[in-house]
Write a protein of this length. Structure first.
Length: 339
């Protein structure tokens, strides 16, 4: 923007009876050029007009020019001051907006963290309920298994008692059989000794009474066959007793795995008791974790309330700043209006 263009636009406005202000000259120039450059050229033109040998203008024209110059200067200085104030206010507004944005971001982060904590708390509660359900199921299963094991133990004990009673009975029968066999052997031996003595004593008599002796011998043979039959019966009883003993041994061998299973089941019961104790400890830990999460939730709610209060306070401060800026701009605009 050259000085001659500014001077030409200024003269055009003066001839048209208009005040040659900075804005009017800029409009006359087609809204081009900066106000500072136009103001500098106006000052140079006024200085040139004051030092030239042109005829002096009338007092009214000088007053109008003076008023125009003062109005231009006032407008320029007001514009400069308004620009400074607007820049400062814009900086304050930017800072307040950034602080508000930080507070809102902080509040969103707090809300997100609160949501995460609530989700964690819900998960912990669900895990606790699941653990309680598993603990109840374990207790029920343990009680059922304990009842079943008790019934099985009782059954095995009854079977063992019956087997022991049967074994005692078989042993008694075996003892009686041995006693009977021993008695038969003793009786036979005594009978043979007695018969030998009688034979030695009565050999002469027997020679005389052959016929009587033959009859007596026949009777003895019959008695001997009876004794032999009793011996065979005793041997049969002994064989039966031995068979029953083998059955008893087989039964005891069959009961041995059952006893081992009983020991294993007893160990399983002990393991289940350990699992129940461990589940109880886990339940206590979950209760402590839930209490800790509840306290953390309360602390986060308190921090969120404080952040929201701070955000509201900053919003009020920003609103007050904007109000003061608007009022200052209106006052500046009122001062700049020509009287």
């Amino acid at each position: 923007m050259s000085k001659s263009e500014v001077q030409r636009a200024r003269l055009t406005l003066i001839k048209a009876g208009k005040h040659p202000s900075i804005d009017a000259i800029r409009i006359e120039l087609g809204n081009t050029g900066s106000k500072a450059t136009i103001y500098r050229h106006i000052k140079e033109i006024e200085a040139d007009e004051g030092s030239s040998g042109a005829p002096a203008a009338s007092i009214s024209e000088e007053l109008q020019a003076l008023v125009a110059n003062l109005a231009g200067r006032l407008e320029y200085e007001s514009q400069e001051r308004l620009n400074v104030l607007q820049a400062g206010h814009a900086t304050q507004i930017q800072r307040a907006a950034e602080a508000l944005q930080r507070a809102q971001d902080d509040a969103r982060n707090r809300r997100a963290e609160l949501a995460r904590c609530q989700s964690d708390l819900a998960g912990e509660r669900s895990a606790r309920q699941h653990a309680d359900a598993e603990l109840a199921a374990l207790r029920l299963e343990s009680s059922q298994q304990a009842a079943q094991l008790g019934a099985q133990v009782q059954g095995l004990q009854d079977q063992l008692s019956a087997a022991q009673a049967h074994a005692v009975s078989l042993e008694e029968k075996h003892t009686h059989a041995r006693e009977a066999l021993e008695h038969f052997r003793t009786s036979s031996r005594e009978q043979r000794d007695r018969e030998a003595r009688q034979h030695e004593q009565q050999i002469q008599y027997l020679q005389k009474e052959v016929s009587t002796g033959s009859a007596s011998l026949t009777a003895k043979h019959t008695e001997l066959r009876s004794a032999l039959q009793e011996k065979a019966d005793a041997l049969a009883q002994l064989t039966g007793a031995r068979a029953e003993k083998r059955q008893l041994d087989d039964l005891l061998r069959e009961l041995k795995p059952a006893a081992e299973r009983l020991a294993v089941q007893t160990e399983v019961v002990e393991q289940l008791r350990g699992q129940v104790a461990q589940a109880s400890q886990q339940n206590q830990a979950l209760l402590a974790r839930a209490s800790e999460l509840g306290q953390r939730n309360l602390e986060l709610e308190r921090l969120l309330a404080a952040a929201e209060a701070a955000a509201q306070a900053q919003a009020r401060v920003m609103q007050d700043v904007l109000t003061r800026i608007s009022e200052g701009a209106e006052r500046s605009a009122g001062k700049m209006q020509p009287t």
